[in-house]
Design a protein around this ligand. Structure first.
Ligand code: FMN
Length: 362
């Protein structure tokens, strides 16, 4: 006799959702429509706000609320902004020149901003906007929130989800009162959420090892992110101690994804050796598909610390996208290759739920 899978747990309770499945916040790719689709079927939609200025965050939160009256999470980058030293200033000018020349060689004409033109705002102004907008679930990556921000959000009744890539980071987040961990395995697509490393080496811990160890080390609930693309991978994360399941790459080809047709086409033909970890676009490690830009910039000196490299390459990536130029766009994806369905986010997540229930009873 089969036992029905019980999806209800501490995560569904805390987040007030039906299924403990989280549509990954994917800055530049996850749209308000994707968030709405995920929430419409009882999952948690997560609206990526990245490092956008407060007024832009408010605009996007309100636009998403126009589409749906169900609550969703918002996601921000919790890194500190480094001071602009003379060294960074000089290196910035050299890197800007190198990248503009490289683009020109590939027939893409762009003028990138000078360092003084960069919009560099800290996440604290986003926190104020989020509190004012009464968002009740906030996830974050690239760091831990400062004490004051944690206090502000918590006294507003907000549930906090912090991203970690090591046991050390998991413990830091737990000790500062974060409610739920998002444990990000090495296989995950997009940027790594690492923050507690003395040097520039991101902890490179595979999901299997990391999830099992974090589960032993902490007592707060865990959402796992990285490589979940079908029933078996979801159930494996469940076995290792995850109560929530964050789904990123599986939604990249979906109808609501902001990727353009040429980018989705690339995903559908990707080979495993093309999926790399690179700092070339942003100055932080991110996993995505190798292209001419990554090949030319990786292992050179033309990589500034985050967020300078990221801000420097924004216009390049925009121009490349507008020109259907695969050589200069950043297509982030994880290590799990699958058909990248073009169905709606709701259909893809519903199919994952149904397949998991079937597999659970096998
Ligand atoms: C295109 C893309 C963009 C991403 N952007 C963000 C982001 O803005 N904030 C965040 O916390 N995580 C971001 N991530 C990481 C995801 O939250 C998640 O860790 C990852 O997608 C899980 O691995 P998977 O892609 O194998 O499902 C991004 C991932 C992708 C693929």
């Amino acid at each position: 006799m089969s036992t029905p899978m019980n999806w209800k747990n501490i995560i569904t309770q805390q987040l007030n959702i039906e299924y403990p499945i989280i549509q990954a916040p994917m800055f530049g790719t996850a749209t308000p429509e994707m968030v709405t689709a995920a929430t419409s079927i009882g999952c948690l939609g997560a609206l990526p706000l990245g490092d956008l200025p407060a007024e832009k965050c408010i605009e996007i939160i309100r636009a998403t609320r126009q589409l749906s009256n169900r609550p969703f999470a918002v996601n921000i980058f919790a890194n500190e902004i480094p001071v602009i030293t003379e060294d960074i200033r000089t290196k910035y000018t050299q890197t800007k020149q190198f990248i503009e020349d490289l683009a020109r060689q590939h027939h893409l004409i762009v003028t990138l901003p000078t360092i003084d033109e960069l919009p560099l705002n800290g996440y604290q102004e986003q926190v104020d906007a989020i509190v004012a907008e009464e968002c009740k679930v906030v996830s974050f990556t690239f760091g831990n929130l400062d004490e004051q921000s944690i206090q502000k959000l918590k006294s507003n009744g907000t549930i906090l989800i912090g991203t970690c890539t090591s046991v050390k980071e998991a413990t830091i987040l737990e000790q500062s009162g974060i409610d739920i961990l998002c444990v990000q395995g090495f296989e995950a697509g997009g940027h790594r959420g690492s923050f507690a490393t003395a040097d520039d080496n991101s902890p490179m811990i595979g999901g299997l090892a990391l999830l099992a160890q974090v589960h032993e080390a902490v007592s707060i609930p865990i959402i796992y992110a990285g490589g979940i693309y079908n029933a078996k991978t979801l159930l494996a994360a469940n076995t290792l101690g995850a109560q929530g399941f964050q789904i990123g790459s599986l939604l990249l080809g979906s109808a609501e994804s902001a990727l353009k047709a040429f980018e989705k086409e690339k995903l559908r033909h990707v080979k495993e050796e093309e999926i790399v970890l690179t700092k070339s676009f942003s100055g932080r490690y991110a996993r995505g598909i190798k292209n001419a830009f990554i090949e030319a910039v990786d292992h050179t000196d033309y990589i500034l610390p985050f967020p300078f490299q990221s801000k420097l390459t924004v216009e390049l990536r925009k121009a490349a996208k507008a020109n259907n130029n695969i050589d200069f766009v950043s297509i982030w994806m994880g290590q799990s290759i699958h058909p990248f369905s073009g169905l709606s986010t709701a259909e893809i997540l519903k199919a994952l739920i149904a397949a998991t229930e079937k597999e659970y009873n096998r």
